[in-house]
Design a protein around this ligand. Structure first.
Ligand code: ASP
Length: 328
């Protein structure tokens, strides 16, 4: 039976009809709008998985895998090379809103798709597996050895010295005051170089009205060996529940302190449309620390970022920043 639009809106509002499947992906707080040529197809892949009968979780994973496999994004292939010029450590997580299932990996090395390893963690009694244990867990699950180094992350590694020289406003205050060279903890000697930040994320609503979120990153600028950000921290980088899903990007330490994903999810649970929840989360965040997020609710989608990659400045017209894409 075809339900006419005004009726459909009433039924949706009453929670009696699931809205059509939807996927919202982001390419990271530092990603320029032009990079939507990567987030658009990733969102399309997530939606295709949902339309093929996949669960919200299947869709979210498909969206993130597409971005992990695009070497221009800082996740999976193309993830940041660390300060020693060779180490790549990645964090990833996924959450199923229907079951509350959660799985994450942190500081994992030498795998192609960290988010798929996170999905395997969801099936264990654990929530988070880190470091060498995560890499060994991946091997036990059949993920082969893979080097995420490529031309794109090598070129990024060469460019990052400019960031250290002081032209990027996202160099957070704490790092300006802290002599990080003294705390160098990589096995190999210090090279004066930095990685650039970014994360990729995807939130979905499936045909049954269930939600999921997935996220993956190579970590932030000036990152020590073993550093872990918001991405695998429960409630910080992603959250999904019966009323929606949220995925964040930006400076992980502050995202953790503000528990951004769960806080934003709570706004969705109160009935706020997704875009309004995103805008409120951004407004409540320190205006000179980068934060981007995407969200999906029972009938709405939204996204935005407080940093403009084009202007290299913090801004308040959140919706027009960062590469983020919606497909429904
Ligand atoms: N949130 C990520 C982290 O702190 C990085 C990013 O999204 O830019 O690891």
């Amino acid at each position: 039976m075809r339900i006419r639009p005004p009726f459909a809106i009433l039924l949706l509002a009453a929670g009696l009809l699931a809205a059509p499947p939807a996927a919202v992906v982001h390419g990271g707080a530092g990603s320029p709008r032009a990079r939507m040529d990567g987030t658009d197809p990733a969102a399309a892949k997530a939606l295709a998985a949902l339309k093929a009968g996949g669960s919200a979780l299947d869709g979210a994973l498909a969206g993130v895998v597409a971005l992990e496999d695009d070497p221009r994004f800082n996740a999976g292939t193309g993830a940041n090379i660390r300060l020693d010029g060779k180490t790549i450590q990645m964090d990833a997580a996924c959450m199923d809103g229907a079951t509350g299932g959660y799985g994450a990996v942190a500081a994992i090395e030498r795998v192609k798709n960290p988010v798929l390893v996170a999905r395997k963690v969801m099936d264990t009694p654990h929530l988070l597996i880190v470091g060498e244990g995560a890499t060994r867990f991946a091997r036990a699950m059949g993920f082969p050895d893979y080097d995420p180094t490529c031309a794109e992350n090598k070129a990024r590694f060469q460019r990052v010295q400019a960031i250290l020289k002081g032209s990027d406003p996202r160099q957070i205050e704490a790092w300006k005051r802290y002599d990080w060279k003294k705390a160098w903890n990589f096995p190999t000697p210090l090279k004066e170089a930095l990685g650039s930040p970014d994360t990729v994320g995807c939130v979905t609503r499936d045909a049954k009205g269930n939600f999921a979120a997935a996220i993956s990153t190579g970590g932030t600028t000036i990152t020590f060996y073993g550093r872990v950000g918001d991405v695998p921290m429960f409630g910080a980088g992603i959250y999904a529940g019966p009323k929606g899903a949220v995925a964040c990007t930006g400076n992980g330490e502050d995202i953790i302190k503000h528990l951004v994903a769960k806080t934003t999810y709570d706004l969705l649970a109160q009935g706020l449309p997704a875009q309004e929840a995103v805008d409120r989360a951004l407004k409540a965040f320190p205006p000179t620390i980068d934060l981007g997020l995407v969200a999906v609710g029972p009938a709405t989608t939204g996204g935005g970022c407080n940093y403009s990659a084009e202007k290299k400045a913090f801004v308040t017209d959140y919706r027009n920043q960062m590469a983020w894409s919606v497909r429904e």
